[in-house]
Write a protein that binds this ligand. Structure first.
Ligand code: E4P
Length: 218
């Protein structure tokens, strides 16, 4: 499973990239607004730090606008993945941009039938939003399970499932168990994945016992 981080904060991304655990980045207009910096500069900087796919979302909502903006974003760096919404125009733009050789992430996916269309449109990634479905009392993880089952039925559907809108460590585990190809995780959740109280407790004990031996390894 590939790990992407879901943020537009370049310093945070650089820090996480240094772990060697980061396979890519996703951004969206809300995340870009949060950092308050020039969008294209931010995308360029992220692409220099992370060699894997970096999703950059179009602002237009019509086909012509999405294609034009997608081309501009894709020209920033080879690893830009153009992000388009799951609408008819978005699907058409996805087809055009993938035909031109660009990676496309079809975002705001909330149903398995939408995911089927994204795959038919040639999407590189489809992004089911787990947390936002949970927020309205539905089971976001069930959507990932449905998409996995559908894609596995048809060898010609090669779109990767990018589990998005991740809110908990458990979301990451469940997405991995279902077989999502990628998970995009907010930085805080990514850092929380390593945490376990028994690890901390066990390490404290080992350090204390090692000191009693009076030995050094180096
Ligand atoms: C994915 O590409 C989106 O940027 C993101 O996962 C949305 O998450 P949210 O529902 O927490 O805003």
């Amino acid at each position: 499973m590939r790990f992407f981080v879901d943020t537009a904060d370049v310093a945070v991304i650089a820090d996480l990239a240094a772990t060697g655990l980061l396979d890519g980045v996703t951004t969206n207009p809300s995340l870009v607004a949060k950092v308050g910096r020039d969008f294209k500069t931010v995308v360029r900087e992220i692409c220099e730090v992370v060699p894997g796919p970096v999703s950059a979302e179009v602002a237009a909502t019509d086909y012509d606008g999405m294609v034009a903006e997608g081309r501009v974003l894709a020209a920033i760096a080879k690893n830009v993945c153009v992000k388009v919404p799951l609408t008819w125009d978005g699907l058409k733009a996805c087809r055009t941009l993938t035909t031109e050789g660009f990676m496309v992430n079809v975002t705001l996916c909330f149903s398995a039938s939408q995911a089927l269309l994204a795959a038919k449109a040639g999407a590189t990634f489809v992004s089911p939003f787990i947390g936002r479905l949970d927020d309205i009392g539905l089971d976001g993880m069930e959507l990932v399970r449905e998409i996995r089952a559908i894609y596995d039925n048809y060898a010609e559907l090669t779109t990767d499932i990018l589990a998005a809108s991740i809110r908990t460590v458990n979301h990451v585990k469940q997405a991995a168990m279902i077989g999502a190809d990628v998970v995009t995780v907010p930085p805080a959740i990514l850092q929380a994945l390593v945490k376990h109280p028994l690890t901390d407790q066990g390490l404290r004990q080992f350090v204390a016992d090692w000191e009693k031996t009076g030995q050094t390894i180096l």
